[in-house]
Design a protein around this ligand. Sequence first.
Ligand SMILES: Cc1ncc(COP(=O)(O)O)c(C=O)c1O
Length: 431
Amino acid sequence: MDKQSVIKSFETHVSAGKAAFFKKYGMDFVMGRRDGAWIYDMDGSKRLFNCHSNGGVFNLGHRNQEIIDTLKSALDELDIGNHHFMSQERTALAEQITDTMPGDLNICIFGVGGGEAVDLALKLACGHTGRSKIISATGGFHGHTGLALTVGDAQYREPFGINTSNMIQVPFNDAGALAQALDPEVAALILETVPSTLGMVMPVEGYLQKVRELCDNNGTLLIMDEVQSGLGRTGKLWAFEHAGITPDMVILGKGLSGGIYPIAATVIREPLDAIFKRDPFIHISTYGGSELGCRVAKKVLQISSEADFLVRIQEAGRKVRAGLDSIQKKYPKFFTGIRQTGLMIGLELRDEYGGPALTKAAYDQDLLMIYANNDTSVSQFLPPLTITDEEINLVMEKLDRAMNAARKLRTALIAKEKSSGILKRLSGNDA
Ligand SMILES: Cc1ncc(COP(=O)(O)O)c(C=O)c1O
């Protein structure tokens, strides 16, 4: 099929809204070849350097050869496996993951995607504590699943005490607001270690330690969502390590897949598994922890936890920072600040039109950059963790030009936004 036929069929059979949107903004890119940090339009007319990495899915680049080889050799002997039986592959991966975790985070329950892993953590928290409230951060993002349980039989829901009216949000970095919201009914607090969809908001000094203390004092479980911040993105394997805290549960997804085979995990400590000791089949995921995915995730974790790999991320982070600092000096009114830990970076822009303007201007310069959907004044900057020095230089040259163009585009976007109101929907919810 040629590109125009794909677009037409996509419009009919997949999403008319997306097709119309990308057409309107001159971004009618259809993914074809992909290689390392680059993705190519299917007709070969354009390529984009991936500065978003799907929120960490492509931490190791697109089609990483080691990951492909791992999956190919796994295919010679395995398939998805059986979710009821015990499994060598799930055991080996669980051992490897829990070896990297602090404290007694000793148990892994596998799923297919991040939302599913979050769902499990939340229902487990309610089931374990016998409480029904959950606190999260305003503007945080943990996925779009969760309704399945509410339309299922009570026997799978009631042991976990699920009550959807009990979800409370407090501002990130505000320990006072959290202290006020905590009461004896709060089962868990869930936080992204660095909230991505809110624009890479960095936890302020002492915040996460205070959060840990407040949760402990209230008997509330602390769930850290490391779906984007984990696997080396911040220069440590897990971002919560920077704060020296031990969560009660950790959520892993995206990058664990190596961009090749979907897999996610909810890592928990004893005795949070007590409910499964009583009824081991009360929670199942048919494809969760597929044995093929386990092999892939093992390889990902092996690469991501190597000391040299993590040191290189810190080095690359410093080099990127030097480049960003000099671009910022050129356009200080538009490019107003930098949020950064390792290669988890948010570019603060003049106002809420800045992010959409930069996404489009960057696209025109062959950079894939996505703004933060819950604060569109910030552009996310998440290049593959394998980015080389030469690639950093190239990206900075392109970003400089994009930043210059985005300043002007912003004015045009303001006018367009006034007439259509559609801009805020460019990035999807993981942006
Ligand atoms: C921090 C975070 N948690 C959870 C999720 C949900 O993951 P999934 O889309 O695999 O369900 C996302 C997705 O973007 C995310 O960014």
